[in-house]
Design a binder for this molecule. Structure first.
Ligand SMILES: Nc1ncnc2c1ncn2[C@@H]1O[C@H](COP(=O)(O)OP(=O)(O)OP(=O)(O)O)[C@@H](O)[C@H]1O
Ligand SMILES: [Mg+2]
Length: 302
């Protein structure tokens, strides 16, 4: 067992140099008293939900926060993107539809501090199968309650829709993180998303909060990207994360190797930006300790 994430990283990658980004999130080792469930949602497809879910979860794990990534999308991109092949009969589908104990579906990932509840393509049928189930919007919330005290953070990846699966995720969450792609029609559909969030707040989950709006796939060379940033900031003000995730080819390559970006390329901009995002999330949740501030030194493990 390694004393720290940095020690584990040095050992498993056999690198002599540990990027300063890892130290930037080094934990004090103290347990954070409160567990937090963050859902990554936007019904628009391809805006960076899964990329954010995987890499925010991995970066929180780098900070030595016990983190669970829950994949609620039938596409199962977060599951494969983190290198997991689900065991038959032990996925989020059985948890939501059959009421299987969530604890029995949790799989360890290749990273310390990071576990996953995998998804499977058969979740496609869940929306229809759930229609007649009792408490159909609260199935995930009830399941998460049974395991949430084992984690500091639970990050949920949603499908690109506002159907029952996303509704379950919003009902189970403490907050919503909304990725917005710096592209044409970036704000399209956000009105509907916020109406759904408000409806969930009124009826199912009064404590649901907005964690923040995250600008993704930013390209500084494009005037459009800069215009979208201005527009989103004008619209959402201080709810927009200071961190902006740039377009980075390494981020799109990493999932096909089943790795979060930190294990694929620890010094690329994609890693840096997701570590910055995690740092902001930790700071916003009072979970950043003085020891977790940037540490200039590089080190060789143990
Ligand atoms: N910052 C980035 N730089 C480059 N490519 C990115 C970046 N973020 C995401 N991508 C790529 O864009 C595509 C869409 O991203 P992602 O799968 O995270 O979106 P999504 O919102 O989860 O999609 P869906 O709605 O289908 O679930 C993927 O191929 C991903 O690798
Ligand atoms: Mg996705």
């Amino acid at each position: 067992m390694f004393r720290s994430f940095a020690a584990w990283f040095a050992n498993s990658t056999k690198k002599e140099y540990i990027p300063a980004t890892i130290f930037a999130l080094k934990s004090s080792g103290e347990r954070w008293p409160m567990s937090k469930v963050i859902v990554i949602a936007n019904q628009k497809g391809g805006v960076g939900k899964t990329t954010t879910a995987i890499n925010l979860a991995a970066s929180l794990a780098v900070a030595e926060k016990r983190t669970l990534l829950v994949d609620v999308d039938p596409q199962a991109n977060a599951t494969s993107g983190i290198g997991i092949s689900p065991l038959e009969g032990r996925t989020i589908y059985e948890v939501i539809v059959d009421g299987l104990n969530m604890g029995s579906t949790i799989v360890e990932t290749q990273m310390p501090y990071l576990s996953c509840v995998p998804s499977h393509i058969n979740l496609v049928g869940a929306e229809i199968e759930m229609v007649d189930l009792e408490n159909r919007e609260r199935r995930l919330s009830q399941a998460i309650k049974t395991i949430r005290d084992q984690y500091d953070f639970i990050v949920i990846d949603c499908p690109p829709s506002l159907g029952l699966l996303t509704l379950n995720a919003l009902t189970a969450a403490d907050s919503v993180l909304i990725p917005v792609q710096c592209e044409y029609f970036a704000l399209e559909g956000l009105g509907q998303l916020f109406s759904t969030i408000n409806l969930v707040k009124k009826t199912l989950n009064p404590n649901l909060d907005i964690e923040g709006v995250l600008l993704t796939m930013f390209d500084s060379r494009l005037r459009l990207s800069n215009q979208i940033v201005d527009e989103v900031k004008r619209y959402f003000g201080n709810k927009v994360f200071k961190t902006i995730v740039s377009r980075n080819i390494r981020l799109s390559e990493a999932p096909s190797f089943g790795k979060p970006i930190i294990l694929y390329d620890a010094i690329c901009s994609g890693t840096r930006h997701h570590m910055d995002l995690a740092k902001e999330v930790l700071a916003n949740n009072d979970a950043l300790t003085p020891e977790s501030m940037p540490h200039p030194q590089s080190l060789t493990g143990s």
